[in-house]
Structure formats: C-alpha cells, structure tokens
Design a binder for this molecule. Structure first.
Ligand code: OGA
Ligand code: NI
Length: 331
C-alpha cells in the first residue's frame, strides 16, 4: 500500500502546509504558546537514596515528567544511537519502504506514518520507526533496520543500559509510594516488561505555527524514556499551561505513563504532552516505552486502596487498556 511520507513531502520544497496537517485554531502552536519562566524538574541519579526517592515522588505527583542526569549512559552511546537512527532515515526512500509497517493489519512494527481516518481528521507532521527491543522472546530482528549495519548492536547496548535505569526508576517510584522497592516492577510484569523503541522523525515544516509533530496525548506505557536530538519541540502540560522542555545534552526525559497513574491510584500523574515542529531543522527523538506485557492485569495497587482512598481506576489487562485507548472507549 502506498503511504505518503512526511519526509518525502517536506523534501519537495513545499511552501504551504497541505490541508490535512493544518490544526484547528484552538490547537495551533501560534494560539497556545508555552508559558515563560517555568522549567521542568531535573534530577541527578547520583543524589543520596532518600533524597532521590523524595525528588522523584514529587516530580511524579506534581508533573508526571522529569529530566534525569548522571544516569550512567555515556554520551558516546547516546550519540551512536542518534547516528544510526539518523542514517536509517537518510537511506533512499525505496530502501526504507522495505520496512513499512501496516497498523491496519496489526503489523505495528516497522517504518510508519500516521494516516487520516476521515476527511476532517488532521495528521501529525511525523514519520517514525517502531520496534520491540526487549524481552528477547518478543524481539523480531527481521523488522529492525539492517542499515546501517551497526544499528542492532548499538540499539541492543542502549536497551541494556535503559533496562538498568528503568529498574532503578521503578524501584524509586515504588518506595515513593511507600511500598517495598520491588512491588511496582513486579506488578508491571517483572521480567516480562516490554521495551519498545520509537524513533520519531519530524522533517522541517513550511508552516510550523499551524502544525503539530505529535498532538496532545498521554503515553500508555508505565514509563517512557526519551532522548531528543538538539532541536527543541517537546512541551508538557502543567497547571493549565504548556511548558517547553529545553534540550539538555545527555539528559534523559522521563514521562510517567498511564500504567503508573493507574497502579498509584492517581497519586502519580500520566503527563499530557505534545511536540512542535520547526521550519529549518529536522527534529528527531528516541522514545522507549516501558510497558507491561499484554496479559498483565493492571489496577490500583491494593496497598494504596482503602475506605478513605477508594480505587479510582478499574483493573484490566494491558491489552484491554490499549484496545480501549486506541478505539476511544472510556477506560
Ligand atoms: C511520543 C512522544 C514526543 C517527542 O513518541 O510518544 O510524545 O518529543 N514524543 O518526540
Ligand atoms: Ni508521548
């Protein structure tokens, strides 16, 4: 099936944004500017343990979002990850199309571009590459880019590092909720937790003030760990305003996703966020979704529910949650 790629469109020297990308007035960046003078929390993982638990708990309940530094991933590895991803998107178009996904038939992994469902719906100014990176039993290397040849090795190494960081974050989050360190991770499936890579590619856009790279959403994951290139664009929603997240060399961006909000019975917030695009520069970001396996039953942790704090969310499998979210069915 022929899909019109945003990268191809952008390359064609467009002067005007095609209609399907023009957001309604109330969504346009030009009418919904970020507030000045507010910055997102930034947390060093080298803080003493108790401080770290406190800082992360505060950021999860007040923002659902924070940056981490001193996380142990070398800047050299982050740079390699970005290089191999960029090289994939620089391949000839025909080469990339060999990896095309097809969400309409359930083939979510691979090279993709969102399509309009109907004439009124708007689309985002983005192409992406999505694939599972762990656990090993769920990985299909056939779907991973074969070019550049180092793609696999670099991505596997990044996955190994991120697994250590997500384990640590889940432990800190668990303790912040007043629970034993292992509770949250094991409630999310323990060793079965899935890590999924989504490389977001936002080509230069002729009228960025009218478009969005990603429309406002919360992530379905438990946590999302994202690293952007040096082009800014991510904004998070805080107390009724958009707050721009400035790029910060080598910091990792941590989003609290829907599954942590549910497990914590709403104490921690799944952050609403969006991304803007840019007239001159290509923005890219590498988002890794850390999510439960399909069959995991996710609901408010019983330890956090009592007569005074009744469950605010229903318990269901992650597969059911995802189905409802994709179909617009209330949870
Ligand atoms: C996402 C996302 C934002 C960004 O992939 O879910 O929100 O900064 N990306 O690219
Ligand atoms: Ni997101």
């Amino acid at each position: 099936m022929e899909v019109e790629r945003v990268q191809v469109l952008a390359h064609g020297n467009l002067h005007e944004l095609p209609e399907k990308f023009i957001r309604p007035a109330h969504e346009r960046p030009e009418n919904t500017r970020a507030i000045e003078g507010v910055t997102v929390p930034m947390i060093s993982l080298s803080l003493p343990h108790d401080n770290l638990v406190h800082e992360i708990s505060k950021a999860c309940s007040e923002w659902g979002f924070f940056l981490i530094t001193d996380h142990g991933i070398s800047s050299a590895l982050i740079q390699l990850l970005q290089e191999v991803g960029k090289e994939f998107f620089e391949l000839p178009q025909g080469e990339k199309e060999r990896y095309a996904n097809d969400p309409s038939t359930g083939k979510f992994e691979g090279y993709g571009t969102k399509m309009t469902k109907n004439a009124e719906a708007k689309v985002e100014w983005i192409d992406y590459y999505f694939h599972v990176i762990s656990p090993a039993s769920k990985v299909n290397y056939e779907i991973w880019p074969k070019h550049p040849p180092s793609y696999r090795e670099v991505t596997e190494e990044y996955n190994a590092e991120l697994l250590k960081i997500t384990d640590k974050l889940l432990q800190l989050i668990s303790e912040g909720l007043g629970l034993k360190g292992k509770v949250v991770r094991s409630s999310l499936g323990g060793e079965e937790i899935e890590m999924e890579m989504k490389i977001n590619m936002y080509p230069p856009c002729p009228q960025p003030e009218l478009a969005l790279g990603v429309e406002p959403h919360t992530d379905m994951s438990a946590l999302t760990i994202l690293v952007p290139n040096d082009v800014p664009g991510l904004q998070v929603w805080k107390d009724g305003n958009w707050v721009a997240v400035n790029s910060m060399p080598n910091a990792l961006f941590v989003h609290v996703g829907d599954q942590i909000e549910v497990l914590s019975n709403g104490k921690y917030k799944s952050v609403l966020h969006r991304s803007l695009v840019n007239k001159e520069s290509t923005r890219m970001s590498w988002a890794v979704f850390c999510a439960p396996p399909n069959e995991a039953m996710i609901g408010p942790l019983p330890q956090l529910v009592d007569d005074k704090n009744p469950a605010k969310y229903s318990t269901k499998t992650f597969a059911e949650f995802r189905h409802r979210k994709f179909s617009g069915i209330p949870q």
